[in-house]
Design a protein around this ligand. Structure first.
Ligand SMILES: Nc1ncnc2c1ncn2[C@@H]1O[C@H](COP(=O)(O)OP(=O)(O)OP(=O)(O)O)[C@@H](O)[C@H]1O
Ligand SMILES: O=C(O)[C@H](O)[C@@H](O)[C@H](O)[C@H](O)CO
Length: 170
């Protein structure tokens, strides 16, 4: 049981990490931060121009997110971070072993339509490369996948139940 969870809300662009992350953090009264805020200007410029990030672009960013998780190990917190590959998630778990992953997954067309409806630096053209890079959570990782058709509140309910968390007020 954990009343101050430490959670990475992960998944490809547009899947709802910010929406669900805010809701989860509010439920537990812990800090929420958007992992995009840790990207360098160069990374943001690259993505904005429609070029996918490479592993080398992502390592320093992941190290920074790992540091944030380690700093929030005691009080808990929620951060959104695509964390698309297993090796990326290992960087985060090595930094903060109690981290839980909430993986948001959804149908391509639904994600596309949600991305079309918002104002954001990430172009639609990068959706396919995000999907190709994604490696789903493996059995030995501390997390679970949730479909994005329900509302953010319902997704948080499902995560809280699956993770056996306590202390949340909806
Ligand atoms: N469960 C949901 N039901 C309906 N709409 C949603 C849901 N989750 C997110 N949305 C909407 O879909 C759009 C994309 O969501 P959001 O910006 O949270 O995704 P994201 O994964 O944080 O994206 P990025 O990583 O690109 O910043 C937003 O307009 C958001 O309001
Ligand atoms: O690893 C990546 O390629 C990036 O983190 C992207 O996923 C975006 O930053 C994010 O999704 C915003 O759209």
């Amino acid at each position: 049981m954990d009343a101050s969870p430490l959670v990475v809300v992960m998944g490809i662009s547009g899947v709802g990490k910010s929406a669900v992350g805010h809701e989860l953090a509010e439920r537990f009264g812990v800090e929420y931060v958007d992992g995009d805020d840790f990207h360098s200007e160069a990374n943001i410029a690259k993505m904005s121009a429609g070029t996918p990030l490479t592993d080398d672009d992502r390592w320093p960013w992941l190290e920074d997110i790992g540091r944030w998780l380690a700093q929030h190990g005691a009080d808990g917190g929620v951060i959104s971070c695509s964390a698309l590959r297993r090796v990326y998630r290992d960087v985060l778990t090595d930094a903060a072993p109690r981290t839980l992953f909430l993986h948001l997954t959804g149908d391509h067309d639904l994600i596309r339509s949600r991305m079309e409806g918002r104002d954001h630096f990430m172009p639609l053209s990068l959706l396919e490369s995000q999907e190709k890079t994604l490696e789903p959570l493996q059995d030995d990782e501390r997390g679970w996948a949730f479909d994005i058709t329900p509302s953010p509140a319902e997704i948080v309910d499902a995560f809280v139940a699956r993770a056996g968390l306590e202390g949340a007020t909806s």
